[in-house]
Design a protein around this ligand. Structure first.
Ligand SMILES: [Zn+2]
Ligand SMILES: [Zn+2]
Length: 242
């Protein structure tokens, strides 16, 4: 359920993170100078309450299962998303990815930590026995365009915060354009687009991504990992399109 954050610890951490920087910055939400995210915009972020979110895809509505998840993938366990993908959150992700504002990586990592901690309040066992953080990497084309792997950077920031190592094990091949596709078509379109490099047999991974639209990419990446003997009991994203 999306709701304003108010003066939550997340807000404090996001704003402190944003104020750490010494060179000129502007709020992604309102253009206020001096910060990447001002307190007012941070307070307006539509946080998803994990108690009321879909356990399979992190959608804000669907405590048992949302309308997208009639057949959840057995390869992927619980999924939590921090925010609904709208307004300032949309800007946050776009400025980070498309305007290459790498200083937002710590904020996005804070969002992931927020989602995971919020979920752990409802289900204390979710973080138990997780060995490492895997991430949905950029395709080669996106990497060349941006000059950095946006989720690798976020995963490394998250690693510092939750004390788990990063498992850089996925390779992401380009799928056809997803934008016009519905759920089933997306599932088909991403089939086989992830490859696992390195040893993952027996590891229990937290899999993170920036935005979940239908969850097709996250599920496909989980499938590739599980096919190589890993477990993916937990997924998390910064935002869920709904
Ligand atoms: Zn602002
Ligand atoms: Zn769902």
């Amino acid at each position: 359920m999306a709701s304003p954050l108010g003066q939550s610890p997340l807000l404090t951490r996001l704003v402190e993170g944003a104020l750490e920087f010494l060179w000129p910055a502007r709020c992604v939400g309102c253009d206020e100078p001096g910060t990447l995210l001002c307190p007012a915009c941070a307070a307006s972020l539509p946080a998803i309450d994990q108690r009321f979110a879909c356990p399979h895809c992190g959608a804000p509505f669907g405590w048992l299962v949302c309308t997208n998840c009639t057949e959840p993938a057995p390869e992927l366990g619980r999924v939590a998303s921090a925010f609904a993908y709208e307004g300032v959150v949309e800007r946050l992700v776009k400025v980070y990815k498309d305007e290459h504002e790498r200083r937002l990586a710590p904020l996005l990592a804070e969002a992931l930590r927020f989602a995971i901690e919020n979920l752990a309040e409802c289900e204390p066992s979710v973080l138990e026995a997780i060995d490492a953080i895997a991430f949905i990497p950029a395709t080669e084309q996106a990497y060349l365009r941006r000059g950095f792997d946006h989720m690798e950077l976020v995963a490394r920031e998250l690693s510092k915060r939750i004390g788990l190592p990063v498992a850089d094990v996925l390779v992401h091949h380009r799928a056809g354009d997803q934008r016009e596709l519905g759920g089933e078509e997306r599932e088909e379109n991403v089939r086989g687009t992830f490859e696992v490099m390195g040893e993952v047999w027996g590891s229990r991974l937290l899999l993170v991504d920036d935005v979940i639209t239908t969850g097709a990419s996250l599920r496909e990446a989980a499938r590739a990992l599980v096919a190589r003997g890993a477990f993916v009991p937990l997924g998390a994203s910064v935002a869920r399109v709904w």
